[in-house]
Design a protein around this ligand. Structure first.
Ligand SMILES: Cc1cc2nc3c(=O)[nH]c(=O)nc-3n(C[C@H](O)[C@H](O)[C@H](O)COP(=O)(O)OP(=O)(O)OC[C@H]3O[C@@H](n4cnc5c(N)ncnc54)[C@H](O)[C@@H]3O)c2cc1C
Length: 338
């Protein structure tokens, strides 16, 4: 259970399933056996101690909220990545891992949606789409799901057995796997492009699209959907990688910032995020997605700030001066409380 002082709750790993050579599903339960509460598409932010340094990373839940006794995330190794490799190499059943409450707005409930759905993912981006499909099918909702998944080869298809089982069990679920290399006649060989998209979805441009995957993949899906006349109010995407920092931004006006809890007084540039500035002077602030989605880097500010995201903040918190430090820049001298 989370406490007033810590937003983290230890989850116990109870199972690990190797999905591919470089992706593993970890299943968790709560220490007191209480139930998980989340929306399909949300993520957990874990605190991971890697060689004495605390790291924070977000992982989308791949399980369904309709089976709340346990919850699962599926993690793919990133070449040279600190936390993904650490967890795949070290996290075993019986170990505890601190996690924040589920968060995120890439959900069916938080977005405009229809009963005809395209769940389009690539690589590890399958996780939130899998949770949505599992939840919709398990709760017998009157929907039609076309699940389109892209990967390099058959060996890279994450949760392949689950996809096959859903495809077999449900008439309202259809699966298309697009693989760069495949010998399987049920797969489409190649990459998603306009002719293939047109062939797969010849009609009904009024479907809801949820997409998740590497940035170039999502850009391609968005571009194709837009150019083919889909209703873009029904297009929703989730990014796992922070957008590249704007390296062209020039230095601008400086403001004084005080973080009295940590005895820090420092100068911040108006173009710098408060998170970067706090980290630079050694304030121990938690961060995960760094893109204004997860809410981990929330802090309370007195003074003027310009915020590009207020996701996860309640109207009361905004009223009280809370900001997401990754998405906030100073507009005056500030006092910050973590
Ligand atoms: C909302 C959200 C949900 C996420 N859900 C999942 C999930 O379900 N499964 C999953 O495996 N990951 C997921 N991620 C990504 C995850 O949080 C980590 O970023 C990822 O595991 C890499 O962390 P790392 O410590 O191994 O790499 P780092 O040490 O942080 O980074 C190493 C290098 O890899 C690059 N990099 C970081 N992340 C990625 C990435 N995803 N793909 C390619 N290059 C990357 C970095 O820019 C850096 O150059 C999610 C991220 C967000 C923001």
């Amino acid at each position: 259970m989370q406490t007033e002082s810590s937003p983290f709750e230890p989850l116990i790993c109870i199972n690990r399933i190797d999905e591919t050579a470089d992706a593993t599903t970890f299943e968790f339960k709560k220490i007191d056996d209480s139930l998980f509460e989340y929306k399909a598409g949300q993520f957990l932010t874990f605190e991971v101690d890697v060689a004495g340094e605390l790291e924070y990373r977000a992982y989308s839940l791949s399980s369904t909220p309709s089976k709340p006794e346990t919850a699962a995330v599926t993690i793919k190794r990133v070449a040279g990545g600190k936390v993904s490799n650490y967890l795949l190499d070290n996290l075993q059943p019986g170990f505890a891992l601190p996690a924040m409450a589920p968060a995120g707005e890439f959900t069916l409930q938080d977005n405009q949606s229809t009963t005809e759905l395209l769940l389009m993912s690539a690589g590890s981006g399958i996780t939130p789409c899998m949770s949505m499909a599992r939840w919709l099918l398990d709760t017998q909702q009157q929907v039609n799901i076309h699940f389109i998944y892209s990967a390099r080869s058959e060996a890279d298809v994450i949760m392949a057995d689950t996809l096959d089982a859903l495809n077999e069990q449900y008439d309202n679920f259809s699966l298309t796997r697009i693989l760069e290399q495949t010998g399987n006649p049920n797969d489409i060989q190649g990459m998603l492009d306009a002719p293939l998209f047109e062939k797969l979805i010849p009609d009904n441009r009024g479907r809801t699209i949820f997409t998740c995957g590497p940035a170039p993949y999502m850009q391609a899906v968005e571009h194709l959907a837009e150019s083919m006349g889909f209703d873009m109010a029904l297009f929703h995407k989730e990014s796992f990688v922070p957008e590249a920092a704007d390296e062209t931004s020039e230095s601008g006006v400086n403001y004084q910032v005080a973080a009295p809890q940590y005895g820090k007084n420092f100068v911040v540039d108006e173009n710098q995020s408060l998170l970067d500035a706090l980290e630079a002077v050694g304030v121990p602030i938690i961060s995960a997605c760094r893109t204004g989605f997860c809410g981990a880097c929330k802090c309370k500010v007195t003074g003027e700030v310009e915020s590009s995201s207020q996701e996860t903040l309640t109207p009361e918190q905004i009223e009280q001066g809370y900001v997401l430090s990754c998405s906030a820049k100073a507009g005056s001298d500030l006092v910050i409380e973590i």
